[in-house]
Write a protein that binds this ligand. Structure first.
Ligand code: PGA
Length: 266
């Protein structure tokens, strides 16, 4: 795992946006894995700004989102399809018909999960998967005890996740307790993953993911198995890491190496 510790949430968003730029420069028709939640909002703002400055284009790209609430249609304001349109897709040049979010309103949700896996495969697999992390260590809606080789499926949300997400719903509003989520096995097949986390509330999950054992108790720890995972966090989310200084040292060496490579004669 490459662990990048930055000063604050803004630096985390800017770093993430830079990685998206690099990805689309190398491969303009990249298949992007996208995430919802509070954390990516600043990243999507920065990406939108880079698009307006013509520094990034999604014209040839396609996307697959991690998850969706089961029972909400895409035009429901709390659905993740709605979130993605509002936060990103409506502001950039991506072809909306090339954006995919699991269908929370499918007549046969089990078949919809299988279709989602197939669509990812037919697109050639995900090049760069963006992730957040729940306070309980979930990625997507893969709650603790999820199989580390799970595929897209229906998952029951833990009470902790329901409580964490209650802030997005009005008091008397229906809040789903089920979701459709890419599995951990699906996520691990992405060629590169980038997990963003900010704030002290994420410190314990970050510690468990990076320095804890590989365990379904912390689904994000499965990223220890990925050969190209970058974890981008702010100082607050890093506070419980035992080897903070070492990660910073590695990153400084990485930067030096990148500079050396950039200076090579072409
Ligand atoms: P958050 O959610 O960005 O709203 O903290 C992250 C997640 O639950 O994956």
């Amino acid at each position: 795992m490459q662990v990048v510790i930055l000063k604050d949430a803004l630096e985390v968003a800017n770093y993430g946006a830079k990685l998206f730029c690099q990805q689309l420069q190398i491969k303009p028709n990249s298949v992007l894995g996208l995430a919802t939640g509070s954390t990516p909002v600043a990243l999507y703002k920065e990406i939108t700004s880079l698009y307006k400055q013509q520094k990034i284009s999604f014209a040839q790209a396609s996307s697959f989102n991690l998850d969706e609430y089961l029972g909400l249609s895409g035009d429901h304001p709390q659905s993740y399809r709605y979130f993605m349109n509002e936060q990103l897709f409506d502001h950039i040049d991506i072809n909306k018909s090339h954006t995919h979010v699991p269908n929370g309103n499918a007549i046969n949700p089990i078949a919809a999960c299988q279709d989602y896996e197939l669509a990812i495969r037919q697109a050639g697999g995900i090049d760069l998967q963006l992730l957040g992390i729940g306070r309980n260590g979930h990625i997507g809606f893969n709650e603790p005890s999820s199989s580390l080789s799970s595929r897209t499926r229906i998952k029951t949300l833990t009470q902790a996740t329901i409580d964490d997400n209650a802030r997005f719903f009005a008091d008397d509003e229906y809040q789903p307790e089920l979701s459709i989520t890419m599995g951990i096995g699906t996520i691990l097949e992405s060629r590169k993953v980038m997990l963003l986390a900010t704030g002290a509330a994420k410190a314990e999950a970050i510690k468990n993911m990076i320095e804890g054992p590989l365990s379904a108790s912390c689904p994000a720890s499965a990223l220890q198995l990925h050969n190209d995972a970058v974890i981008v966090i702010d100082e607050q989310a890093a506070t419980l890491l035992e080897h903070q200084q070492f990660y910073k040292q590695i990153e400084a060496q990485n930067q030096k190496l990148q500079q050396k490579l950039a200076d090579l004669p072409r």
